[in-house]
Each structure stands twice: as structure tokens, then as C-alpha cells.
Design a protein. Structure first.
Length: 61
């Protein structure tokens, strides 16, 4: 995950690919949990955290 969020800076080459997160897209973070070892249906999970406007640059607890 660290490599996706914190990429190396571009060296200035015109063919440089900018990371997706550099555009500051609107993101949502959802965390689910389950007590089952295998998931057969979506109703086997419980939503434990939902952040509608998730900012990867901001700290949250």
C-alpha cells in the first residue's frame, strides 16, 4: 500500500507518468470484517468503518 500512495517524484521527463493520487481524487474508504474463513455471500460481512471523503494526506483514527 505504501508504494501506491507514496510514489517516487518524477524526474521532469515529458513522458513521466503521474500517480493517480496526485490528482487528489475523491475517495471513499470502507472497512469490513467477518468471522468466517471463506466468503460465500456479501451478507457474511459487517461494515466497521466508512469514511465518505477519505483523504490519504490526512491523519484519522
Amino acid at each position: 500500500m505504501y508504494g501506491i500512495v507514496y510514489t517516487r517524484p518524477c524526474s521532469g521527463d515529458s513522458n513521466c507518468i503521474q500517480p493517480y493520487l496526485a490528482r487528489r481524487p475523491k475517495l471513499q474508504l470502507s472497512v469490513y470484517t467477518t468471522t468466517r474463513s471463506s466468503l460465500g455471500a456479501e451478507n457474511n460481512v459487517d461494515l466497521v468503518l466508512n469514511v465518505e471523503d477519505f483523504d490519504v494526506e490526512s491523519k484519522f483514527e
